[in-house]
Design a binder for this molecule. Structure first.
Ligand code: ADP
Ligand code: MG
Ligand code: MG
Length: 920
């Protein structure tokens, strides 16, 4: 297959073909690429090119494009000769620009080999530094720099990184040798090792390589480079990179680029350093220069959490000139990119070099602060600001915080760096796998690690929070924690973690696996207790327990969403069943209810016995008696829901689930009957249980989701539809009399045939007429349907003859289009995703490819019959940003989401309107 593709490629212009550009040079103030070429060069490569073009001090290098990554996989993990040639030419150019030669013994060029995809994937792909060193060139480097310590420090780093990333030797194998040498010499810090000690480390490392791989450490720099390049491509498909992409919905096919760049050295001594930073605080959004650095170190040390880095402010004292230049450059970068920048730099003998810049990942909290600040500073327009915030991240602002009074009662056991805000309380686990296992059992867990590594990502994902003992504000745990919106405290150095025995000790206490702890990602405090949390500031304002004027974050949140409202086309409604949910949804900005599930009202206090009586009734008369009792309760609920929406439209769905859901489980009843029988007592209770069991057995269905539910119930028991219609119309009449104009929308579920809808509409219309007459008032109401059965979608033109609106029930529609039971899909979905049959869970993110056309067809057919037919969506997808993009494209009128998702939906709808067009 690869051959066939290659053949096709050679006939047509395009990737892989000679003449097509695969490698992009940067250096000497000029670059082949620029900021708009992220697809091809990856984020890192495009940033390096842009910075080079802007005249910033960037070490020269070249980027092998993401297309080559795909070619590598298509051609059975090989790079074709023409591309190898292009790389060789660029290497020549680099050597010229650097004035040094790869593999030279007296003036060796050293390079880094850096991965970089379009989307930054922190720690996912591995970088190799100091490539080009071998037993001879290291001596050459020493002669040239007169710095033996530095030369051998670079060499040992290179062997370790290359050994780990390319040769796949576990890090521990090297660390073990390193520790041995340190111990033998009685030193604590890496920087305390002198040249001789480092020479010994190198010798030991080479032995590790020999014994682990059966081969000597590769000495030829050309081979080193090829092997490193291929390792980067290989790492694109490693499990943790795949896991990361799965979580963040990044497709596999975009590939990674490889950047080969001249090394600059932060490890030449005390006048050198390396660091990372942000132009604004990524945790709080505060406008402050933020970051950290390490003197006499190379890049990996800062993020790896080996030494605790210094705050960047202190750089001003140690190297004022470089500091000033760094501030100027990064301020310029922020203005240029019109967004917060996350940058990496190295200082070699007081000379500053920029090594990376990109838009900084930030917490939802910081995102809102930064977006509103940037508008206030006139750096961006409100429209840009709307596009700057990830809609999903807004939900972090709704996450709970600790009750201050409760929190203060417990003394802090220790304190770490506040890496990602939020209140975390849960049971301690020490490994990512345990976190997943406990979470699957419904336990709230917090993941406690010495430091996290990319392999921990699945555990971090399910944890309430992340606590680590080492590492700084830009360590892996901090970066990933912020991005996931997980409360995280890092570098809590007093924790003595015994990962093997699953305990940690701190301030004289021992905490075992499963014990509760709590920590605050905003202050860094850690407490050994379960502490109750309370609603976030935003929710407090919405619940009216906090004055909006006193909450800065609330005001900014409101401002951002009010901008979003200006740009969105889609209406935003809520899925809300009860008055208090409707109120909250309204406060969040929903203007309407897209789905009120009436059956949820049946579970209210004291109602279930009445509902059961209704179900158990053997005659219509008995059934009506029970329904008459339910009527006033439903009416009052509807009244409350209407009122909470202040006149915005409310769609009420008639009963949907199969009746057995309101009855006890068969097995439970059997056990109870057996118990009663065992006591020997006969009596009413036993009699009733037996009757109930008989009815439960009668109602039993092999496939209830495809059984007697939805419109089918209304058709067989029209008195249920009658009661619900009466309750709806009575409530609406009452409110209309009170002066609130309500136009109820009565929605019949699960319609697949127009005659089903006709049957129910006749009932609704008749009862509505009667009710209005009795109430002495005429009101407007609509009758519509859910489109959730494929047959309904395919005959939407006929259905629209009767229906006055459609609401797409995308949960059922997905279930029925795929033929996947929503309740059973969990058993195989994971495997489907692993085997790449499906990228995403279609129940979480709408399947635009397969279910999309069904929706599109229904939209077209429905509007053909009834131009201007009101269309909405009320499945779970209504609150999912990617799905909202699709609904914008097909031109629905509104999306409906659960109350807490409303802010996300408002922002996502604005972004959709700004980035796609109806009809695309
Ligand atoms: P990541 O994507 O994990 O951040 P990078 O490719 O950015 O990996 O490399 C990590 C660090 O390695 C950089 O921040 C920088 O400190 C160091 N580094 C990379 N390339 C060079 C180079 N050419 N010279 C000096 N340091 C480098
Ligand atoms: Mg980097
Ligand atoms: Mg449904």
């Amino acid at each position: 297959m690869a051959k066939k593709k290659a053949a096709r490629r050679s006939r047509t212009a395009g990737p892989g073909r000679a003449g097509h550009k695969h490698v992009y040079f940067f250096g000497g103030g000029k670059a082949d690429g620029n900021r708009n070429m992220k697809d091809l060069l990856g984020g890192k490569g495009s940033g390096l090119a842009e910075m080079t073009n802007a005249g910033l001090p960037v070490p020269p290098g070249f980027t092998i494009s993401t297309e080559v990554c795909n070619i590598y996989y298509e051609q059975d993990r090989k790079i074709p000769a023409n591309i190898d040639k292009e790389i060789a030419e660029n290497l020549k150019k680099l050597e010229k620009s650097a004035g040094a030669t790869l593999g030279s013994n007296d003036n060796p060029l050293l390079v880094s080999v850096r991965s970089g995809a379009k989307f930054s994937m922190p720690g996912m792909m591995d970088t190799i530094l100091n490539l080009g060193l071998n037993d001879e060139s290291v001596e050459g480097l020493k002669r040239r720099t007169q710095n033996g310590r530095f030369s051998f420090d670079s060499y040992r780093r290179f062997i370790q990184m290359f050994g780990n990333v390319v040769l796949e030797i576990p890090k521990e194998a090297f660390e073990h040798e390193f520790e041995e040498v340190k111990r033998a010499r009685g030193v604590k810090l890496d920087t305390d090792l002198d040249e001789n000690a480092l020479r010994e480390v190198v010798e030991r490392y080479k032995k590790v390589v020999q014994s682990r791989t059966g081969k000597a450490f590769p000495q030829a720099p050309g081979a080193q480079l090829t092997m490193a390049r291929d390792a980067v491509f290989r790492s694109w498909m490693n499990p943790r990179a795949q896991e990361y992409r799965r979580i963040y919905d990044i497709p596999d096919h975009i590939g990674t680029a490889v950047n080969v760049q001249m090394m600059v050295f932060g490890n030449t001594g005390d006048r050198s350093a390396t660091g990372v930073g942000f132009t604004r605080n990524p945790a709080t959004g505060k406008k402050e220069f933020y970051g950290e650095f390490l003197i006499n170190a190379q890049g990996e040390d800062v993020v790896a959490g080996i030494r605790t880095p210094q705050p960047i402010r202190e750089l001003e004292q140690v190297m004022p000139k470089a500091y000033k230049q760094l501030r100027e450059i990064t301020t310029r970068l922020e203005r240029h990119y019109r967004d917060v920048q996350d940058f990496e730099f190295t200082i070699q003998d007081e000379r500053l070099f920029m090594l990376q810049t990109r838009s900084g990942k930030r917490t939802g909290y910081a995102a809102v602060i930064i977006a509103t600040d940037l508008v206030a500073e006139k750096l961006v327009s409100p429209k840009d600001a709307v596009l700057l915030v990830d809609p999903e991240s807004l939900s972090q602002l709704l996450a709970p915080i600790f009750d201050t009074a409760e929190w203060k009662k417990i003394p802090a056991a220790t304190r770490g760096l506040p890496a990602s805000p939020g209140a975390a309380s849960g049971q301690v686990v020490f490994t990512a796998d345990d976190a997943v296992e406990w979470a699957n059992r419904g336990k709230p867990v917090v993941l406690v690690r010495r430091e996290t590594v990319p392999d921990d990502i699945h555990g971090m994902f399910v944890a309430q929070g992340i606590l680590t003992a080492t590492g700084g504000m830009t360590s892996h745990a901090a970066v990933v924690g912020r991005q996931m919106g997980k409360p995280s405290v890092v570098g809590a150095g007093e924790l003595e973690i015994d990962e093997k025995n699953h305990v940690f000790r701190v301030s004289g206490q021992t905490v075992k696996e499963g014990d509760f702890i709590s920590f605050d990602g905003l202050s860094g405090e850690v407490k050994i207790a379960q502490v109750a949390s309370k609603p976030s500031e935003i929710l407090q304002v919405l619940n009216k327990t906090l004055d909006a004027k006193k909450s800065d974050i609330f005001q900014r949140f409101e401002k951002l969403l009010s901008w979003a409202d200006k740009f969105r086309r889609l209406g935003i409604r809520a899925n809300a069943d009860l008055p208090d949910q409707a109120e909250l949804a309204y406060a969040f900005g929903a203007r309407g209810i897209g789905l009120c599930r009436t059956e949820h009202m049946f579970f209210g206090e004291g109602r279930i016995p009445i509902v059961q009586r209704m179900i158990l009734a053997t005659t219509e008369v008995d059934r009506r008696k029970a329904l008459d009792e339910l009527l006033p309760m439903q009416r009052d609920d509807f009244y409350g829901v209407f009122k909470a929406m202040h006149g915005s439209p409310v769609t009420i769905r008639t009963i949907d689930p199969p009746l057995h859901e309101f009855l006890p489980k068969r097995e439970e009843l059997m056990v109870e009957i057996a118990r009663l029988e065992a006591t020997g007592k006969q009596g009413r209770e036993l009699e009733e249980k037996r009757k109930l069991l008989a009815r439960v057995e009668q109602l039993h269905e092999f496939n209830p989701m495809l059984g007697h539910r939805g419109v089918r119930l209304g058709i067989t028991y029209p008195e249920i539809t009658e009661m619900q219609t009466r309750a709806i119309i009575e409530a609406a009449c009452r409110l209309n009399k009170e002066g609130l104009k309500i136009v109820p929308e009565i929605m019949i579920p699960l319609v697949g045939h127009v005659k089903e809808l006709k049957d129910q509409k006749t009932v609704v219309d008749r009862v509505a007429e009667e009710t209005m007459k009795a109430q002495g008032i005429k009101i407007k109401y609509l009758v519509g349907t859910m489109i959730e059965v494929p047959r309904g979608a395919m005959t939407a033109d006929q259905i629209a003859e009767v229906a006055e609106f459609f609401s797409f029930g995308t949960n059922d529609l997905t279930q029925l289009t795929f033929g996947f039971s929503r309740d059973d899909v969990g058993k195989f979905l994971r495997i489907y995703q692993e085997k790449k049959i499906l990228d995403k869970d279609p129940f979480a993110s709408f399947d635009a490819d397969g279910v999309g056309p069904v929706v599109r067809t229904a939209v077209q057919l429905g509007r053909k019959t009834r131009p201007g037919l009101k269309l909405g969506v009320c499945g779970e997808h209504g609150g999912d940003p990617a799905s909202i993009h699709f609904f914008e494209k097909v031109g629905l009128d509104y999306v409906s989401a659960s109350p807490y998702r409303i802010p996300v939906a408002r922002l996502a709808a604005a972004q959709a309107a700004l980035s796609v067009k109806v009809g695309d």
